[in-house]
Design a protein around this ligand. Structure first.
Ligand SMILES: [Zn+2]
Length: 109
């Protein structure tokens, strides 16, 4: 994969990272609001399930962020964009959809 395509991917990854970080901030704000409102109406049961659900979401977002950060670390290595199973190039279209992909279409099915 040439450097021009890599910079397109990097730009995309940076956008995704920014979106994830905004999501994290939003979720944190929701938790803060809930902690605050809880002291007023004491709906503890609902509050706990909501917070649990939000924490799962936060964990998932952090996993995605880690994948993208790893992708950024590896993007200028020669093996970037090659399937880890068969060694063929992963199509650019696939990487655009998910820059953290490590396998080609054939190996992923
Ligand atoms: Zn493959």
């Amino acid at each position: 994969m040439n450097d021009k395509l890599k910079s397109v991917l990097l730009e995309l990854v940076n956008k995704k990272l920014r979106r994830y970080i905004n999501n994290l901030l939003d979720l944190q704000r929701i938790i803060d609001d809930k902690n605050h409102s809880e002291t007023h109406n004491g709906k503890k049961q609902n509050h706990e399930t909501d917070v649990k659900r939000i924490n799962i979401e936060i964990t998932q977002i952090n996993i995605e962020i880690e994948k993208l950060e790893n992708m950024i670390k590896n993007i200028y290595k020669d093996e970037f964009g090659l399937c880890i199973q068969c060694g063929k190039s992963i199509s650019f279209q696939r990487l655009i959809l998910n820059p953290a992909l490590k396998t080609c279409f054939e190996c992923s099915i």
